[in-house]
Design a protein. Sequence first.
Length: 85
Amino acid sequence: MIPAFIVVALGVNATQALVISQVMLSIALPLPMITLLMFTGRADIMGRFVNNRATKIGALVGTAVVLMLNIVLIAQTLGVPIPGL
């Protein structure tokens, strides 16, 4: 909560600060997603709670979607034209 008060006290546009913080979080999100997939897919760590095939596929698809959206976001931010958008 203190960082939010600091941002407001500095006079930064709160909406813009919120958008930027969410963009940074979305860019950082794939790292823990990939790590979680690696750990929950290992039987030596998870034992009988290891992910089954359907869960692994769903998680891989979700991770791939987040990565693709981040790549599009970064490309658009850098001014790279994206066909169809």
